[in-house]
Design a protein around this ligand. Structure first.
Ligand SMILES: [Zn+2]
Length: 211
């Protein structure tokens, strides 16, 4: 598994290109902006992008959907609950951000399902709270979780935007993410990667809840 971390757009959203080393098939997570760096990374890896997915539909995670789908011909998926927010361009107008509308989903990410990309198996975890239909993608064999805006290094996702719910977010972190093995690498939607174990031990929000 090769992982390219591509920070894109005005608030440097981490777009992830994850490529299966055996088959070159790839998954593109959260192309948040139409940044030429995404296509360059795909070309450099000689990646065959099979799916473009969003962890959730905020504008900074969906802004490059249209370009990515057009350039790769990949199928686009998101949790069904996020579609109304997707259709509102993830709140882009409220923030005054120009954004090309996202294509309609070709498939829905259903919690409990597994998305197979080459030899990689991404389990769809339901992690609402930051938005109502936020999902995370967990590759158990490689010990990696791509968790969007749920858990960050030393931080958690904000819940003050429309559809946010702090109790739901706490549940998603405690019951879903902290249930993963400590050595699982967390690839968040913004900022540096971390591990489940180090967040369990050092994340001030989690320490306060567990107090
Ligand atoms: Zn967000």
């Amino acid at each position: 598994m090769d992982i390219d971390i591509l920070p894109v757009g005005p608030i440097q959203t981490n777009c992830y290109l994850i490529t299966c080393r055996s088959t070159r098939e790839a998954l593109l997570i959260d192309p948040g902006w139409n940044d030429p760096g995404i296509l360059s990374a795909i070309k450099k890896r000689e990646a065959l992008v099979r799916a473009v997915v969003n962890t959730h539909a905020h504008w900074d995670h969906i802004g490059g959907n249209a370009a990515a789908v057009k350039e790769t011909g990949a199928r686009f998926g998101i949790h069904e609950i996020e579609v109304p927010l997707l259709n509102r361009r993830g709140g882009a107008e409220f923030w005054g951000v120009p954004l090309e509308p996202s294509p309609e989903p070709d498939f829905y990410l259903v919690p409990g399902d597994t998305l197979s990309i080459g030899q990689l198996q991404f389990q769809v975890l339901f992690t609402p709270g930051h938005t109502p239909g936020h999902i995370s993608l967990y590759e158990a064999n490689r010990g990696a979780v791509f968790d969007g805006d749920v858990l960050f290094k030393d931080g958690i996702g904000r819940t003050d935007l429309p559809g946010g719910d702090s109790a739901q977010l706490a549940d998603s972190i405690e019951k879903v993410l902290l249930a993963l093995p400590d050595d699982t690498v967390v690839y968040p939607g913004h900022g540096p990667q971390t591990t489940i174990g180090s967040e369990r031990q050092e994340n001030p929000w989690i320490l306060a809840w567990l107090d």
